[in-house]
Design a protein around this ligand. Structure first.
Ligand code: SF4
Length: 317
């Protein structure tokens, strides 16, 4: 073996000083990811029989938020108080790193109202091989917080719901992290999604994630606003119209788009297959996804892989 090559086990980080490559074996193949370059490669030959570890952990650092949206599935608000202690969050990411997953996506609630969020983001980047993403409503982070995370997060995603909210995006453009926009499809709102994509692409943003509104949390009594077939069809037309943008959709929407008659090229992992990610709540529970009602409490991070294995196999009570 030459000096430049190293044999790796799935989940192991290759100690390449520039690339920081990490591999995870999945049912779709061996996923190779470089945090620093953004390189993603999938080798379908080396697929595993089932999910052995998730690719990402979505970590809700707090239930608190500076907003009080009626559609909020976590029922977040300024008065909620449950959140991770900063020291415990560091312990959690150290464990997630040792487990061999690719990265963490910090969210909430609104992560930038957590007093330790900048410290935790910088700690994760400097002390682990985990990729770091953070999702915000765009209004909470201060200029100082945004300055302080530049170079320590590979991606910041801003959730935008209304055209007038697009003004907030200016604060995020041109910084040393990738910028993406999260959108929410509701019944009758596909034209808003379409307009938001237009407005964002005008200012150079071309990375979108469209989620489906789910009647949960504070939005529980609005089931009639979950998107219908006509909304999915309108989203398909919006995707067609913005061919140069990268438009990702939630597993829930992908499943419906696949049966809509439109022809799309879906990348792997686009289904709602259990195991691709895990969600970790602010009150220390593990869920198969942030929207799931299933949740399993834990005391120590070391308990997470066993809960995950039981969730993937369906052997949970
Ligand atoms: S939807 Fe987002 S911005 Fe609105 S209250 Fe919930 S966490 Fe906050």
């Amino acid at each position: 073996m030459s000096e430049n090559k190293a044999q790796t086990r799935p989940g192991q980080q290759v100690n390449h000083p520039q690339l920081r490559i990490r591999t995870v074996r999945t049912p779709d193949g061996l996923f190779v990811h470089s945090r620093n370059s953004g390189l993603c490669v999938l080798d379908p030959v080396a697929a595993s029989k089932c999910w052995l570890r998730p690719l990402y952990a979505q970590v809700a650092v707090t239930e608190r938020c500076n907003q009080h949206c009626w559609w909020c599935y976590t029922s977040s608000s300024p008065s909620r108080s449950t959140e991770w202690d900063t020291g415990e969050l560091k312990e959690l990411v150290r464990f997630l790193d040792s487990w061999g997953i690719l990265g963490v996506a910090y969210g909430g609630g609104e992560p930038f109202v957590h007093p330790g969020i900048v410290e935790v983001i910088r700690y994760t980047w400097e002390n682990t091989g985990l990729d770091v993403s953070v999702t915000t409503n765009g209004y909470a982070p201060t200029e100082e917080q945004l300055d302080s995370i530049e170079g320590y997060a590979s991606e910041v995603r801003v959730s935008v719901r209304r055209p007038e909210d697009c003004a907030v995006l200016r604060r995020f453009i041109g910084r040393r992290f990738d910028l993406g926009v999260n959108l929410l499809l509701m019944r009758g709102s596909a034209h808003v999604t379409d307009e938001l994509i237009d407005r964002c692409t005008e200012v150079g943003i071309d990375d979108f994630l469209v989620n489906s509104f789910v009647a949960a949390g504070r939005g529980a009594q609005h089931r009639h606003l979950e998107p219908g077939e006509e909304d999915v069809a309108a989203l398909c037309r919006a995707v067609d119209r913005h061919r140069t943008a990268t438009i990702k959709v939630s597993g829930r929407l992908a499943a419906r788009m696949k049966t809509s008659g439109h022809r799309y090229r879906f990348v792997p992992f686009s289904g709602e297959v259990r195991g691709r990610i895990i969600a970790i709540t602010a009150d220390k529970r593990v869920k198969p996804s942030s929207l799931s009602q299933e949740a399993y409490p834990f005391d120590r991070p070391e308990e997470i892989p066993e809960i995950y294995a039981r969730m993937v196999s369906g052997n949970v009570q």
